[in-house]
Design a protein around this ligand. Structure first.
Ligand SMILES: Cc1cc2nc3c(=O)[nH]c(=O)nc-3n(C[C@H](O)[C@H](O)[C@H](O)COP(=O)(O)O)c2cc1C
Ligand code: SF4
Length: 439
């Protein structure tokens, strides 16, 4: 999974152009492919002008929430007299999502260059690249690239002779889903338990070590050098759907498709074409049942919704779900939806940091109710109980992990109710029930 495929003619390759090209990993190789031109250009601009350029491009955060990147940078205080920090979120813990690790594996300098431009734009004295502990290969490659960038003067006290200082370090996480959440990540970097913090204060006011901080996803930052070299108007023009969703985006497609992998498409590309054409469609004799498009933390889309949606923030929202991290989990008609939703609930129960009662208890109860349903011991009132629980778990907690557990449950019951009813009515043969204990 994740090994690059030859680009499909319908892809628009910007970020993934050099995936699979080992020569792009080195500093010289990256420079030969046009790398570090964006940073050189940025160094000749004022930080304010860079922020305006990124604003004008329409770039939105690729980590899940889709917040406009230039606007986020503009929230950083001016002349605060305090150290500022940039955190590059390379935790990529969302199920079904495997794009950031490929950016780091094949084009580490693309990310480093983006981090350097962002650091200069927000006045960061240090950029932390927070990388998931399990990403051994991307870590080794990114560390080597960072060392080379320092040796070549692309980082350090006098970047490319400009007199400007840009500093960067890698911080290796220990592998917890919740540490991908921005405030939990800041606690983790500070050496504390990775618990999310209550917002406000937002990171731009009080972030890492209590100082003004910006956190961006790897893919967001990797897009920045291209915006600087090719211009905001070019980036904004990459748009097939809503004008609020611009540029290209890596979509990680996994599950029951013939060709799982990362596909880079222009925002607004039809989801039907992504699934049936680029990703090769369903396995022989199988039909599409549903898609979870934003990693696992968003409502499940039915076949009809998926086949008529456009792949951008608004297009997927129109169909009742969210783009999130654009990790598409594709499920065909062999899928037991009750079991899959149970697996997700179990994941969230395991990953909850347990600060909020609704999340700590809600994710555990949801798992237990689904487990007993799968064991043929469900009760008639269980569906309503799951819906009530989900309501209590939504919009009431410190972070949205709790909401993320509720989203597939609520949408699953709404769209695939018959499958739950089969378990509750005893119509499922105990011999064919999925084993749940110990899995
Ligand atoms: C439970 C949870 C896990 C998250 N995991 C990640 C992650 O692995 N990578 C990521 O970039 N953002 C993740 N996010 C989103 C971050 O909090 C944050 O919004 C993002 O890094 C901001 O960058 P962006 O504006 O460039 O998207 C997560 C959020 C939550 C609530
Ligand atoms: S919602 Fe869950 S994961 Fe998020 S802070 Fe509360 S308990 Fe922790």
């Amino acid at each position: 999974m994740g090994f690059p495929h030859p680009p499909h003619s319908k892809e628009t390759v910007v970020l993934s152009k050099y995936f699979g090209d080992e020569g792009a990993r080195s500093f010289d190789g990256w420079v030969q492919r046009g790398g570090y031109e964006g940073l050189k250009k940025a160094l000749g601009m004022t930080p304010e002008a860079i922020v305006e350029e990124v604003k004008a491009s329409g770039l939105r955060g690729r980590g899940g929430a889709g917040f406009p990147t230039g606007l986020k940078w503009s929230f950083m205080p001016k002349n605060s007299g305090k150290p500022h920090y940039l955190v590059c979120n390379a935790d990529e813990s969302e199920p079904g999502t495997f794009k950031d690790r490929e950016i780091m594996r094949w084009t580490p300098h693309q990310m480093i260059e983006g981090c350097a431009i962002a650091s200069y734009a927000i006045g960061a004295e240090l950029c932390y690249i927070y990388i998931r502990g399990e990403f051994t290969d991307p870590l080794r490659i990114t560390q080597a690239a960072l060392d080379e960038a320092y040796a070549q003067g692309a980082l350090g006290p006098n970047v490319f002779g400009s007199g400007k200082r840009i500093e960067m370090v890698i911080h290796r996480g220990a592998g917890a889903y919740i540490c991908g959440e921005e405030t939990a990540m800041m606690n983790s970097i500070e050496g504390k338990r990775g618990n999310p913090r209550i917002k406000p204060p937002f990171p731009a006011q009080s972030g890492l070590f209590g100082m003004p901080t910006t956190i961006n996803n790897v893919e967001t930052l990797a897009a920045v050098p291209h915006i600087l070299t090719r211009g905001a108007a070019w980036y904004k023009g990459l748009c097939l759907g809503s004008p609020k969703s611009t540029g290209t985006k890596l979509f990680s497609v996994c599950g029951h498709v013939m060709m799982p992998g990362n596909y880079e498409i222009t925002m607004g590309f039809p989801m039907r074409d992504l699934i049936y054409d680029l990703a090769g469609g369903m396995r022989p004799g199988r039909t599409l049942k549903g898609v979870i498009p934003g990693g696992s933390s968003v409502p499940i889309m039915s076949r009809e919704e998926a086949e008529s949606a456009l792949c951008d923030y608004e297009g997927i929202q129109e169909k009742g779900s969210m783009l999130g991290s654009a990790g598409f989990i594709v499920m065909d008609d062999s899928t037991d939806m009750v079991y899959e939703i149970y697996r997700l609930a179990k994941f969230y129960a395991h990953e909850s940091c347990a600060q909020c009662t609704q999340c700590r208890e809600g994710t555990a109860w949801t798992t237990r109710i689904l487990e007993r349903m799968l064991q043929g011991q469900g009760k008639a009132a269980d569906l309503q109980l799951l819906l009530d629980l989900s309501e209590q778990m939504t919009g009431k907690t410190i972070c949205v992990l709790s909401d993320s557990c509720a989203a597939p449950v609520v949408s699953g019951i709404k769209k695939f109710r018959g499958e739950f009813d089969r378990y509750l009515s005893g119509a499922v043969n105990p011999e064919t029930m999925p084993a749940v204990v110990g899995r």
